[in-house]
Design a protein. Structure first.
Length: 488
C-alpha cells in the first residue's frame, strides 16, 4: 500500500506540474488522503510560504459565520431582518434563511447600481482600463449606510424565498446581521470563532502591498491592489488553509447537523457557502469581482482533501465545447487515482448531474465503437422512449447508459454503455450492465440482443460477464443476446 501511495504521489506531482505549465498557473497546493499529507507543492513563482489575499465578504465565510451564530443561539433561521436592520424598508419580509438561500429579492447594489453608473464613462477609457477600474471598485469598502442610500428605497426584484440571486449585493446585509447579532466587527468575530481556535496564526487582517492578478479576456494579466481601507480583506498562507480545510470537513467548526444543512445541495450545485462538483464538496474563497483566490475540497467517498491558493485568476482553455482549468484538471486527476466502486448508483439524467455527465470521455479508439457523451445525451433528448441514466460513484459521474424502451412494439435495447476512460476496468461497466438487464426485464423484455464491434474485445468480455452469448459473427460485428428467464 505504501508503494502504491508513493507511485500515485509521483504521478500526481507530474500531472500537477503539467497542468501548471498548460494553464500558466501560480500558487500553492496541498493534497491529503484520509487526513494524511500526500503532497504539498508550489508553482509559478509562488512558494509554500507565500501569502495570498482574500476577503471575509464571500459566500463561504459569511454563511459560515451566520451558521456559527445559529449554533451559539444568537440567531435563528426564522429571524426577520427587522430584528437587526430595522432601518431597511423591506426588512420585515426577509428572513435569515432567505439570506443563506440567496432568495431575498434585494437589488444588487454593486452590479445593479454602481456598475450601471460606471458604464456611462466606458467610452472614455480603454477596455483594459475598464477591467482594472471595475475590479478595483469591487474591492472597495462600502458602508451599510452607503448601500442603503443606493438601494434602500428600491422595490424588491422578487418575492423573498422564491428566486435565487446571491451576489455581492447580499454581502452588506449578511455582514451587518453578523455584526449586530454578535456585537462584534466581522473581523473580530471571524478571528475569535474561526482563526484563533484553529491556530491560524498566519491569517492577518489587511492586504496592503499584496497584489492580485486578473486576466483580461483570459489572456493578458493585469494587476490590482485591494483597497487598504477595506476592513474585511485579509491574507493567509497554505499552512493556515490546511488547518481550515481539516476543520471544515472534520466538523470542528460546524456541527454535523449544520454542515448537512449547508451541504444540502438537492438539485443545485451550491448551497450555504459550499458547492458540489466532480464528487467534491468545496468552499470557494473569492476576492470580490474575480474568479477566486482559493478553494478547499473534500471527497467524503475517497477521503481526498485539497487546498488550492492562487494570487491570480485562473486561465481556462476551451476544448471540444468544454472548458478546462487548473483546479478542474487537478480534481479530475485525483479522482482518477482514488475512485473505485463503493457506493455506486444508477441515477436518471437530471440538472444536478448533467455537467458531470456531459464531461464524460472515452478514448479516441473507443469512439469507433460508441458515441460520445454529448451525442448520447442529444439522441436521448430527441425521443422519450430513450431512458438515460448516469452512473454515479458517491455523487461523481463515472458512466452514461442509454436504454430504448418501446413497449407497444416490444422493442427493448441497450443503446449506449459508456464508462469514462478514467474509471474503466474497475467494475463500473458490469454494475451498469447488470442494472440495464434488470431494468429492461422489469419493463417487459423477454430477450435482449446487442451488436458489438468484432474488434471491441473488452466490450465482448463485459457483455459475457452479465450473461450475453454470441449468436452470429460477421466481418465487422457480433450479435450477442440473452434470454431473460422469468424464473430468475
Amino acid at each position: 500500500m505504501l508503494i502504491d501511495i508513493e507511485e500515485k504521489k509521483k504521478k500526481i506531482e507530474g500531472e500537477m506540474d503539467a497542468f501548471s505549465e498548460k494553464f500558466g498557473s501560480s500558487g500553492a497546493v496541498s493534497v491529503f488522503k484520509d487526513g494524511n499529507l500526500l503532497l504539498r507543492r508550489a508553482f509559478g513563482g509562488s512558494t509554500e510560504n507565500s501569502r495570498f489575499v482574500m476577503t471575509l465578504e464571500c459566500d463561504f465565510y459569511l454563511c459560515l459565520m451566520l451558521l456559527l451564530l445559529v449554533q451559539q443561539k444568537k440567531l435563528r433561521f426564522s429571524d426577520k431582518l427587522s430584528r437587526f436592520i430595522p432601518e431597511y424598508r423591506y426588512a420585515d419580509e426577509i428572513t435569515v434563511r432567505n439570506l443563506l438561500d440567496g432568495k431575498t429579492g434585494i437589488r444588487d447594489f454593486f452590479y445593479g447600481e454602481i456598475m450601471c453608473s460606471a458604464k456611462e464613462s466606458d467610452s472614455s477609457v480603454s477596455d483594459e482600463e475598464r477591467r482594472v477600474r471595475d475590479a478595483a471598485a469591487s474591492t472597495k469598502y462600502y458602508s451599510f449606510e452607503e448601500v442603503l442610500s443606493l438601494i434602500g428605497e428600491l422595490p424588491l426584484e422578487s418575492k423573498p424565498g422564491t428566486e435565487a440571486g446571491r451576489g455581492t449585493g447580499l454581502y452588506p446585509f449578511m455582514r451587518t446581521v453578523i455584526e449586530r447579532a454578535s456585537g462584534k466587527s466581522l473581523w473580530d468575530f471571524a478571528y475569535e470563532n474561526i482563526f484563533s481556535p484553529l491556530g491560524m496564526k498566519n491569517t492577518l487582517q489587511g492586504g496592503e502591498g499584496i497584489e492580485y492578478t486578473i486576466l483580461f479576456r483570459n489572456k493578458k494579466p493585469l494587476s490590482i491592489m485591494p483597497d487598504p481601507n477595506n476592513p474585511y480583506i485579509f491574507t493567509t498562507d497554505l499552512a493556515d488553509t490546511e488547518k481550515l480545510l481539516a476543520a471544515v470537513f472534520g466538523f470542528k467548526l460546524l456541527s454535523e447537523k449544520n454542515f448537512a444543512l449547508a451541504a444540502d445541495f438537492k438539485d443545485d450545485g451550491d448551497h450555504w457557502g459550499l458547492g458540489l462538483g466532480d464528487g467534491y464538496v468545496y468552499a470557494f474563497f473569492s476576492l470580490y469581482g474575480t474568479s477566486g483566490s482559493g478553494t478547499v475540497y473534500h471527497d467524503f467517498a475517497t477521503g481526498v482533501s485539497i487546498a488550492v491558493l492562487s494570487p491570480k485568476e485562473e486561465k481556462y482553455i476551451e476544448e471540444n465545447g468544454s472548458y478546462f482549468f487548473f483546479r478542474k484538471e487537478l480534481r479530475r486527476a485525483l479522482a482518477e487515482e482514488f475512485t473505485f466502486p463503493r457506493n455506486t448508483k444508477m441515477v436518471r439524467y437530471n440538472k444536478r448531474n448533467r455537467v458531470g455527465a456531459m464531461g464524460l470521455e472515452v478514448t479516441k479508439e473507443q469512439l469507433d465503437f460508441v458515441d460520445d457523451a454529448k451525442t448520447t445525451i442529444a439522441y436521448a433528448a430527441s425521443d422519450p422512449k430513450f431512458k438515460l441514466f448516469v452512473e454515479e460513484e458517491s455523487g461523481r459521474a463515472v458512466g452514461l447508459l442509454s436504454l430504448y424502451v418501446d413497449k407497444k412494439n416490444d422493442i427493448y435495447d441497450i443503446s449506449i454503455v459508456l464508462i469514462d476512460k478514467r474509471y474503466q476496468h474497475r467494475g463500473f461497466g458490469k454494475i451498469m450492465l447488470e442494472f440495464a438487464v434488470d431494468y429492461l426485464k422489469k419493463a417487459g423484455a423477454k430477450r435482449l440482443e446487442i451488436g458489438v464491434n468484432r474488434f471491441n474485445l473488452p466490450a465482448q468480455k463485459l457483455y459475457k460477464s452479465v450473461g450475453f452469448t454470441e449468436d452470429n459473427v460477421f466481418e465487422e460485428g457480433i450479435i450477442m443476446s440473452q434470454k431473460l428467464d422469468e424464473g430468475k
